[in-house]
Ligand binder design. Structure first.
Ligand code: 13P
Length: 244
């Protein structure tokens, strides 16, 4: 059975004061048997966030171990700071930083090199969705950005339709079911044990729709942006996943 994961991506939000949200979340995480509760704060908070009772991930890494890359951070540095996971391929990185599938694959391998579990994001744009190209886009992203050697112990795939991120819009449960079944089949065909990889849905997940989304076949959890910033908002999402 793929692992259940409730992951929060704080994006570029949060200073020291936000650490109290992790302390508030810790008892909920501890009580949610069978669910891995993970928060990906900004890199500046990782070392202080680790050890507060919630698993900690990073939002991006450079492909190299070290070197002349001003402003970048390596997977080894993230692991050293206390991260156990790293997100790669988020659409905000693919768009704002022009990251290609090859970049995402290299960053994913860097995460593995440092012993991190990678949460690799894929998703179609609104234009591609409207044109009925979703599965073709995802097939290409999976083929181009998921390296050989991917399996349930080193990778998690997050399906995040770009048009659903921060918009309050979500696909229908039927659409999510179809896409997740497709991703499961593609991973199963391409990688040993690929069908056991956890699949997260992301894009406007909140307490009010979490139970419905987590009940969908092949949805093993969520990657949550805005609703992960406050423990009061994220806790019911974690609880909904535990109950699913
Ligand atoms: P929202 O939950 O704010 O839509 O963000 C989703 C996301 O991009 C998580 O990585």
């Amino acid at each position: 059975m793929p692992k259940k994961i409730a992951a929060g991506n704080w994006k570029m939000n949060g200073t020291s004061a936000a650490l109290t949200q992790l302390e508030a979340l810790a008892p909920v995480a501890a009580a949610s048997t069978g669910v891995l509760t993970l928060i990906c704060p900004p890199a500046s908070l990782i070392s202080r966030a680790a050890g507060l009772g919630v698993e900690i991930g990073a939002q991006d890494c450079h492909a190299a171990v070290s070197g002349a890359h001003t402003g970048d951070i390596s997977a080894e540095m993230l692991a050293d700071a206390g991260a156990s996971h790293v997100i790669t391929g988020h659409s905000e990185r693919r768009q704002d930083h022009h990251e290609t599938d090859a970049d995402v694959a290299a960053k994913t391998q860097a995460g593995w090199r440092a012993g991190l579990t990678v949460i690799l994001c894929i998703g179609e744009s609104e234009e591609q969705y409207r044109a009925g190209q979703t599965l073709d886009v995802l097939r290409g992203q999976l083929a181009g950005s998921v390296p050989q050697g991917a399996g349930p112990d080193n990778i998690v795939i997050a399906y995040e339709p770009i048009w659903a991120i921060g918009t309050g819009l979500t696909p229908t449960v039927e659409e999510i079911a179809k896409v997740h079944a497709f991703i499961r089949a593609e991973l199963g065909a391409a990688h040993t044990e690929g069908a056991e990889i956890s699949l997260l849905y992301g894009g406007s997940v909140k307490a009010s729709n979490a139970a419905e989304i987590f009940a969908v076949a092949d949805v093993d959890g969520g990657l949550v942006g805005g609703a992960s910033l406050a423990a009061a908002d994220f806790a019911p999402i974690v609880t909904a996943l535990a109950a699913s």
